[in-house]
Design a protein around this ligand. Structure first.
Ligand code: FAD
Length: 460
């Protein structure tokens, strides 16, 4: 390989945009492909095969052990969650942020705090474009308003690391907010461009189970009988209708509002419209960030916090403090009462995001091998120590083989217009039923064999 074009062919591109951001010849552009994800398009005539794009690409290789040691000086004791110092549930005390943000407003509160204290000059955030609500835009926010313009999760591939060159030209310090693949890309880029390390004040990682391909927007527009071009406003998850944990909201040019129930718009169809590369990702907890966060999905915390009189419909975050720098900022924010926090059990966070998915990666790797597609190299294997290396139990514990095969085929066929047309007319409740029965089989098998998940790693 001399550039990243093979990585795209092998279904290994994460759409992070680092190759485009790092290319010294500026001959890489991120473009939507037929599978509905952003991939690098290379002007081969200009490319001098310097291989820098490969150096920064987390799509085909990211050495788990090397980066754990480089960032934290050690391998994690908690294999499910990664290296961490403390774990919390929280919500912001800023009412304005809380009403607009995705979860409990953790991300925006931290950025605004750092801006106000002049600890940073800006933060790299991502929003939907003003006049094109299905197109992502990554930019440096320097004011409170610019931070608030980017609130909310974009559950689609966002090539945020495209900003690398722009960041390198800036003076000062910056926060970078991103999904795990974007943060991995930035960590790899720091190695290639040591100057970048000085620019980054803090990495805020988003816990991430994967992204929808951009074809999914067509599906949703079809469901509300609207043309994509007529949509002016789009939020995957908006609190405006029924509060957190949020439903989808769209508005058309005439201002008509369309609210779509979370099950139909996100939860049921998610696995079947997820970008294939996300299924091969072990890093659901965003382990290489300074602090990582997500929606608080811990029933124990919900009970405790609502018993204190907080209305959960306003939103709740969970976060994991990983580095010393992260800890310092978080302590400042807590001491200044900008967020209200409760200590959380790290095992609960790990099981709500990371554990089973990490184990599932081995299944998806095997499927990729069967179809001669690429498999990212992490330098480690995750396995369930309770069932040792038993292939059949490893395969059956997280999802069934049939499930992962379906995910591959859905992704593979999504490039064909006839398939996309067919999928539009399939009620999304069918995806819910498929998932429900797959889960039942898995739970039944676990019950029979009493298979708990205790993650271990081995070096490859
Ligand atoms: C693709 C994706 C998948 C996720 N999956 C899960 C999950 O499975 N479980 C879970 O608990 N949490 C998940 N999250 C995180 C969750 O949805 C919230 O983003 C997180 O809790 C932060 O909420 P907040 O209220 O603190 O953020 P806000 O204050 O609303 O700020 C959100 C910040 O995230 C940034 N952002 C949003 N989307 C992207 C993107 N695609 N790329 C880069 N930056 C982005 C914005 O720039 C903004 O600064 C996911 C997020 C994303 C983007």
């Amino acid at each position: 390989m001399k550039n990243v074009s093979k990585i795209v062919e092998q279904f290994l591109c994460t759409s992070c945009g680092a190759c485009c951001g790092a290319c010294p010849k500026r001959c890489i552009e991120m473009k939507l492909n037929e599978y509905g994800i952003y991939v690098p398009e290379i002007e081969e005539a200009i490319c001098n095969e310097c291989e820098l794009c490969l150096c920064v690409c987390p799509g085909y290789e990211f050495n788990y052990i090397e980066y754990q040691k480089r960032i934290f000086g050690k391998l994690p004791e908690h294999i499910g969650l990664g290296n961490y110092r403390e774990a919390y549930a929280c919500y912001t005390q800023d009412r304005d942020i809380l009403s607009k943000c995705q979860s409990g407003g953790f991300v925006s509160t931290i950025i605004i705090h750092c801006l106000e204290k002049k600890l940073i000059d800006g933060a790299v955030v991502s929003k939907w474009k003003e006049n094109s609500p299905f197109e992502p835009e990554t930019y440096i926010a320097r004011t409170r308003q610019q931070v608030l313009d980017a609130v909310g999760s974009k559950y689609n591939p966002v090539p945020a690391a495209q900003i690398i060159q722009e960041l390198l030209k800036q003076k000062g310090k910056y926060i970078f907010v991103g999904t795990s693949c974007q943060i991995q890309a930035m960590r790899k880029t720091e190695k290639a461009f040591p100057k970048l390390k000085d620019k980054i004040f803090l990495y805020i990682g988003l816990h991430c189970l994967g992204v929808f391909t951009y074809h999914f927007h067509d599906q949703m527009c079809y469901k509300i009988r609207k043309n994509k071009k007529d949509i002016k406003y789009f939020r995957h998850r908006s609190k405006e209708w029924r509060g957190w944990p949020c439903d989808m909201r769209m508005k058309d040019k005439e201002g008509e509002v369309f609210d779509i129930d979370a099950k139909k718009s996100r939860l049921n169809p998610r696995p079947f419209f997820t970008a294939w590369r996300c299924q091969l990702c072990f890093d659901k907890a965003n382990e290489f960030s300074d602090v990582s966060c997500g929606d608080c999905r811990m029933p124990k915390m919900h009970k405790k916090i609502s018993a204190e009189g907080y209305d959960l419909k306003r939103g709740l975050s969970e976060f994991v403090v990983r580095t010393q720098r992260g800890e310092k900022i978080i302590n400042d924010v807590i001491n200044q009462k900008k967020i209200k926090v409760w200590k959380a059990d790290p095992n609960d966070i790990a099981s709500s995001i990371g554990l089973e998915k990490k184990l599932g990666v081995s299944v998806f790797r095997k499927i990729a091998l069967c179809f001669s597609k690429g498999r990212p190299e992490y330098g480690v294997l995750f396995y369930n120590s309770r069932c040792k290396q038993s292939l059949i139990w490893n395969l059956l514990t997280p999802w069934t083989i049939i499930g992962s095969l379906l995910y591959y085929l859905f992704y593979k066929f999504s490039r064909f217009a006839f398939f996309r047309r067919f999928m539009k007319i399939v009620p999304h409740s069918i995806f819910g039923i498929v998932q429900k029965y797959l889960k039942r089989v898995i739970l039944w098998m676990r019950f029979k064999k009493n298979v708990d998940i205790v993650l271990k790693i081995t070096e490859r």
